[in-house]
Design a protein around this ligand. Structure first.
Ligand code: MLT
Length: 432
């Protein structure tokens, strides 16, 4: 009964046999997705290259995954927290289910360290297992049939999660865009800040600064414009600050809440992943301010709290102990050293491409270097870099159609690998 014969419509009529073992219809929104998620796809290609070239010494400048060990004051605190869970008292205090919103002390410390100068309270901060997870949960909170705008290029999770929840129409192969999403092109021509007029009907605007993948950090004036736009149109900005700690430019705010009025139109999400090497540990937070309201006057924060209580049981208590240690004086210094190390890597990569004669963006306020290959198909460049240099980068078009013609190089790597990659790139791709 479950193996059915379906007539396929179209010019070449034929019959296909479907071997199903359930009657459950596939989620039509997930069916709209074109390919696998970008980074596992790249990993698949890397593994295939390795299979065909077993001696290749592959260097990854692809996914932005941290490589340096978590600083010792932080690992020690986590080890102690783990030991503590092995005692009756320790387990009584920190074991079992934690608060879904995160430990109070951690929320207070986050408020003190990152939001002391702005109108954000500890109770506005929700600790989680990371920004990527919160992005999907935010989609779940807002629900389907929203009009979403994204920077183009942007972190692929914004678009993919919008597709999955039902905020888009089908994929259009000509424009390489999903219908209904507003793609806000960001390039050197507009100083990587989009024409917000295009998003006048958007309800939700995903905005990442410093931007992944371009590395561009928005200036105060640009963010003032962004907040003004949201207030004028009644939209909500989902501001991804996952790389804020990499900002050096004093003109670029480290949180959207530095902008007056942002607490009435913005949600900010952030993470320890790129701050302290927590990519595998998983710890982040999302700020939903008290003043942010839905059209009916109800608090967004109440719905976020409701959703978190239903879908999440609180971040791992050991990871939260690590988070507390990150926010101690010693931890803050250790994070800053780690970030400086990756930023030096970014400078090496940026200088390398510049010396080779390429136009390069990012790499000063972000761990990503965005390199122009003058409009060449970015998957083709990706393949050439992999084949000639055994280096994995990320093709710009993986972040959206406006990313085509670029590759993104991640500065997360051991220093010797970054230097070796620079050397190999110079040998194969120098223009001068
Ligand atoms: C990236 O490479 O864009 C990110 O590291 C992936 C992530 O944060 O999920």
């Amino acid at each position: 009964k479950l193996g059915r014969t379906l007539p396929v419509k179209g010019r070449h009529r034929k019959t296909v046999i479907v071997h199903a073992n359930s009657n459950v219809r596939r989620n039509p929104n997930i069916a709209k997705l074109q390919a696998g998620y970008l980074f596992p796809e790249i990993n698949r290609i890397k593994m295939k290259h390795l299979e065909e070239n077993p001696d290749a010494k592959i260097i990854s400048l692809g996914i932005g995954d941290t490589t340096e060990p978590i600083p010792q004051p932080i690992t020690k605190a986590m080890a102690a927290a783990a030991e503590n869970l092995g005692t009756l008292d320790g387990y009584a205090q920190y074991g079992g289910y934690g608060a879904e919103q995160g430990q109070t002390l951690l929320r207070e410390k986050l408020a003190e360290r990152f939001y002391a100068e702005v109108n954000i309270q500890a109770s506005d901060i929700f600790v989680s297992d990371g920004s990527k997870c919160d992005i999907s949960r935010l989609q779940m909170m807002f629900g389907s049939n929203r009009r979403v705008a994204v920077q183009d290029p942007s972190y692929p999770a914004y678009v993919d999660s919008s597709v999955m929840i039902g905020n888009t129409e089908m994929y259009d192969h000509a424009s390489k865009q999903y219908g209904k999403i507003v793609y806000l092109a960001c390039s050197s021509e507009n100083d990587f800040f989009p024409n917000l007029g295009l998003a006048k009907d958007a309800e939700l605007i995903f905005f990442c600064s410093p931007n992944n993948p371009t590395g561009a950090a928005a200036t105060r004036d640009q963010l003032i414009e962004l907040v003004r736009h949201a207030k004028e149109t009644g939209s909500i900005i989902i501001y991804d600050a996952a790389y804020a700690i990499y900002i050096s430019n004093p003109n670029c705010p480290k949180t959207i809440f530095e902008i007056p009025g942002a607490d009435e139109c913005c949600i900010e999400t952030c993470s320890f992943s790129k701050y302290a090497g927590f990519t595998g540990l998983r710890l982040g937070w999302t700020v939903v301010p008290d003043k942010l309201k839905f059209a009916d006057g109800s608090l967004v924060k109440n719905d976020w709290n409701r959703l978190m209580c239903t879908s999440f049981n609180g971040a791992s208590n050991i990871a939260q102990a690590g988070g507390m240690a990150c926010l101690s004086d010693e931890g803050m210094n250790a994070m800053s050293e780690l970030v400086s190390f990756y930023k030096e890597n970014a400078t090496i990569l940026k200088n390398t491409f510049e010396e080779m004669g390429y136009a390069v963006y990012g790499g000063t306020d972000a761990p990503y270097v965005w390199v122009s290959f003058d409009g060449r198909d970015s998957w083709e460049v990706f393949t050439e870099v992999l084949t000639k240099c055994d280096i994995v980068v990320t093709p710009g078009s993986g972040f959206g159609p406006a990313g085509d013609g670029f590759i993104r190089c991640s500065a997360f790597g051991h220093r010797e690998n970054i230097l070796e990659a620079a050397q190999r790139l110079k040998e194969s791709f120098s223009r001068s």
